[in-house]
Write a protein that binds this ligand. Sequence first.
Ligand SMILES: [Zn+2]
Length: 506
Amino acid sequence: MTQPQRALPIILAALLLASLACQTVIQPLAEEEATPAASSTSPGRPSPAPETPPPSSSGSPLCPLPESPLTEQETRPVNPPHASIGDPYAAELGNLGYDVQRYTLALRLDPARPRWVCGTVTIEARATETIDEFALDFIGFALQSLQVNGEEAEYYRTAGKMVIGLDTPLASGEAFEVRVTYSGQTKQVQSRFVPFEESLGLFFPSDENLYALSEPDGSRYWFPSNDHPRDKALFRFEITTPAGLMATANGLLQDEITEDDATTWVWEHAYPMATYLATVSVGDYVEVQNEVVNGVTLRSYATPGSESLLVEELERTADAISWLEDMVGPYPFEAYGYVTVESGGVTLETQTLVTLSTFMIDEAVLVHELAHMWFGNWVSLDSWGQMWRNEGFATYFEYMWGYRDDPQTFDSEMDLLVQTFKISSGYEPLNDLSPANLFGYESYVKGAALLHALRQEVGDTAFFDGLRLYLERFGGGTASDADFIAVMEETSGRSLDNFFQHWLEE
Ligand SMILES: [Zn+2]
């Protein structure tokens, strides 16, 4: 746990607990159960996944090993040009030269077979310049087939990338389709941004539950993608599970097809989404809510034992959505809800369907994740280093909700917090967070204090007009700190250089 426990104003003892949502740990995750194919790993330690399982294993019944996987192709030590989308804080992520329009993840997943994944991912994209090769972020697995526009393609792998060569270059603007068929066990590597988790990607806490946790760099451990918020796309999921279990994902459930002992769950999300917000969970789920309120489909799913607590908390969801809409504008997506997972203490704002730890079913956490739908999901980070615009906003609205019936106390407590940051040193600057502290105290609490100080600085009208303008202007894409500052200067009609210099750089 990396959250610095510095002297806090009194209210924060309670508030901090609530702010532990999103990528923050209350207790360690249950250790991965050893699989038959990896039973020799010592408990509690990251277990290196074999590239190919031992000969005794034939894979999972849902995921048999391929008869003849593609031979692992040459691995080169250096990154090719364009194998970074240009985020200086996380240069290893994302790629240039193309723009993904849509992903279709057709995967077979079984919680009783930890870490096994197999299936086909189809990526519809458009070249943004003339390219004769391009890279995807993808780590691990054996490839069975790789096609570009229906033709087998050559590839090599290097430093988290799969680089695909093209016999015929693609012209700028040309649409193309990549199909990657793969299988095997997920690799488990710790993210330098998430020191409180052994790894990111897919988690298999029990025989009846699995879920994804990808922020910020874990998607590449379970599907090939352009893994950075700067390249958002639409998503379709066709998740096949053992019959009797349900798969959930982002957007709306479109179909459910059972054949023999397996069921395929088809989900589609009709809005652009960053790869780290793509999610899938499999469990013995009970649908605990399904209604349409003001055009938004509210649906939530609970693991056995978590239904009653979740149902109780869900009573306020529609009110919380209206409360946020009154302040910052319309809810941006077609659906909203929560899916509980057997996580030790991590909750993630996966778009339209929050991945909620059964240990964190709490009103403050639910509102925090809801606020992320506007701040983080609809307007995403242009650079991962500006995490305060994800976590600071979500924390600020979480605090505000907690005191919505007592704005005077809210103001005085927030004033205290603002003063604390004004006089305290020893916190990392918000625009220069060390990677291991990306999800630390500063992003959440100092980010929230910044927003309150900004609101005091420019007044309520300019502040909330600015938030609405920011969402309108950058919704569906990403924004930088400079974009946010420009919007606030526009609505307040004044320079905020000194203000932001103090709050971001000191
Ligand atoms: Zn959060």
